[in-house]
Design a protein around this ligand. Structure first.
Ligand SMILES: [Zn+2]
Length: 344
């Protein structure tokens, strides 16, 4: 009798015990492993992208968690680092592929928005190219080794060094009902109460920007993006909101036991308008993130370097401020604010 019980308990453990490898990280079932995705040298330098594989003791879906394609959006990077430390493979059904920091050069050199190696935005070039610059080669490696291997994906972002940001997530429709229903359940489970709606149904123009979630959606993989954090600050509340959001989605996907409490009445935002500066100078915001603004309302102004006001920034629409410039440095053409229009 004792022997029978032992065999019965062992079998489910063995069923999920196959090794799972991403880059140099190989985790046996019920184990966690760390390593790197190698981006070989090409027209510019090689790169190594840190990866953690948490291979559950039981079978289940593969959920990819990605952060740090913008390496100074610190809250998102610290969130995945802490989540990976806390993840317990023994409690997990399925596998987590965690990339806490895609853009290591941006993080190390404190360069916002871009990969300083090639000056490109690391969330615009999917599926990348094996013979392109470093951003394109890294995107190619992530496309093959992470996106194609996963069933679901969450891409974490936040306000960058120069952005004051209200927490929000994105939900995109693709025209495929099953994919859209799955990603909708994910974004509600994630729990942020501001949700921007996007349409991935229309084809991208040749040479147009393709983000990680858009590329994943094209492969039929449900995915969401979520943003928290601002202006170089590592706020515990921002970090925790992203960690809890990922755990909630893992519960909603039945990868972890426990209840899910989806956000019940999110503020759905139908479009986002960007306000850009028409002048060089010194920026002064007049509203903060999450402020409700009317069309034509003054949201900030720019002075010349002597302090004389030379331009007023006004909102092109009624809506809610999703983020606004956090620092005085302002160049003509740079973003002053993003305003979300509330869905009818
Ligand atoms: Zn970002």
């Amino acid at each position: 009798m004792v022997r029978t019980i032992g065999v019965t308990l062992l079998l489910p453990l063995l069923a999920g015990a196959a090794d799972f490898t991403v880059g140099s990280a190989t985790a046996a079932g019920g184990q966690k492993a760390t390593g790197y995705i190698a981006v070989p040298a090409g027209v510019d330098a090689a790169a190594s992208i840190p990866v953690i594989v948490v291979n559950g003791a039981r079978p289940g879906p593969v959920l990819a968690l990605v952060a740090g394609s913008h390496g100074t959006e610190y809250a998102s990077i610290l969130a995945l680092q802490k989540l990976a430390q806390a993840a317990d493979a023994a409690e997990l059904s399925g596998t987590l592929i965690i990339l806490p920091l895609v853009n290591v050069a941006s993080f190390a050199q404190k360069v916002p928005h871009l990969n300083p190696v090639d000056g490109k935005n690391m969330n615009r070039f999917y599926p990348g190219r094996p013979d392109g610059t470093q951003t394109e080669r890294a995107s190619w490696a992530i496309a093959r080794q992470v996106v194609e291997r996963c069933d679901y994906l969450i891409d974490l972002h936040g306000g960058d060094l120069d952005e004051n940001l209200q927490r929000y997530s994105y939900w995109a429709t693709t025209g495929k009902p099953a994919t859209d229903a799955a990603s909708r359940a994910m974004v509600l489970a994630f729990g942020l109460d501001h949700i921007i709606m996007q349409d991935f149904g229309a084809p991208v123009a040749p040479g147009g920007a393709v983000t990680l979630t858009r590329f994943a959606a094209g492969l039929g993989k449900p995915g969401i993006a979520a943003e928290a954090g601002h202006a170089g600050v590592s706020d515990a509340g921002d970090i925790d909101s992203l960690i809890q959001g990922c755990w909630n989605v893992a519960r909603q996907l039945k990868m972890l036991a426990g209840p899910v409490s989806p956000v019940e009445h999110p503020l759905w935002l139908s479009s986002v308008s960007t306000v850009t500066s028409e002048v060089d100078g010194v920026f002064y915001p007049l509203v903060g993130p999450d402020a409700y603004v009317s069309k034509g309302m003054k949201i900030g102004y720019v002075t010349d370097y002597y302090g004389k006001t030379v331009w007023d920034a006004t909102s092109p629409t009624a809506g809610v401020v999703l983020y606004i410039g956090a620092v005085p440095s302002m160049k003509k053409g740079n973003t002053i604010a993003n305003i979300g229009e509330i869905a009818k």
